[in-house]
Ligand binder design. Structure first.
Ligand SMILES: [Zn+2]
Ligand SMILES: [Zn+2]
Length: 248
């Protein structure tokens, strides 16, 4: 076994009973990393017996609340559990600003029981050679708005490609289009894909270009649901199951 993967949170931005906010737990080479940290991640860590020292790092794809809001409770939980081991949190942009937010929330990194390192998601490959980030255009539709009000948001959002011992896994996080990761489809073993935002025909077309196991997460668009559950395409897709542990 090269990698263990579990979707701890499969809901979209709309809070959903029975589902948690976006989070994927990956385990490889004795390392445990959370990709995204939506609402309910702390409870999912407890449920999955992820002891205070198990998680080595948390990487956030982008700053939409459904991908990051659980971080505050996870950091507070690790403090209350008296964690001593350092942890690195990879953030898509604005590290210094984020540290200020932690201070506003009285989650002072300087008072943590553990060393809290903040780094850029784009640099995670320096620490974990298995993980490559792929920038996506998920936030680009906000550019005019950001420019008009002169906000400082950098509109950065990433997908994560993980490669361990020749096994490849891609977690898209939120995306509008699928073409920017087409080049990887040929050798993917597992694809966990946002099934809410892209047009249904794009997701169907992905399935004909890869042998990967495809898991739909982040909810599912009505259009896609209608197509795949009323056709022969339904055997190409699985819907995310927060109880399922995947080995590749
Ligand atoms: Zn989202
Ligand atoms: Zn988003």
């Amino acid at each position: 076994m090269n990698m263990r993967i579990k979707i701890l949170g499969s809901a979209s931005g709309m809070p959903t009973l029975g589902k948690h906010g976006a989070c994927v737990w990956i385990n490889f080479a004795d390392k445990n990393i959370l990709l995204d940290c939506g609402e309910g991640t702390s409870k999912q860590m407890l449920r999955n017996k992820l002891d205070k020292n198990v998680i080595d790092a948390i990487a956030i794809s982008h700053y939409h609340p459904d991908h990051v809001i659980g971080l505050f409770m996870v950091l507070q939980m690790l403090y209350l559990q008296n964690r001593k081991k350092s942890i690195t949190v990879y953030l898509p942009e604005k590290i210094d600003e984020f540290e200020k937010i932690l201070n506003y929330f009285y989650t002072f990194p300087l008072r943590c029981t553990y060393e809290l390192n903040l780094a850029l998601t784009s640099e995670i490959n320096k620490d974990y050679k298995q993980i490559t980030v792929i920038p996506s255009d998920h936030l680009h539709n906000l550019k005019n708005f950001i420019d008009e009000y002169k906000f400082s948001n950098e509109l950065l959002s990433y997908s994560f490609l993980v490669n361990e011992n020749g096994k490849h896994f891609l977690y898209t996080s939120d995306i509008w289009h699928t073409d920017y990761f087409k080049e990887y489809l040929g050798y993917l073993d597992l694809l966990i894909i946002d099934a809410l935002h892209p047009e249904a025909r794009e997701i169907i077309s992905v399935s004909s270009n890869t042998k990967a196991r495809i898991i739909l997460t982040h909810g599912i668009s009505q259009e896609l649901e209608k197509i795949i559950f009323s056709s022969n395409d339904n055997n190409k897709f699985e819907v995310a199951d927060e109880n399922l542990e995947i080995h590749i």
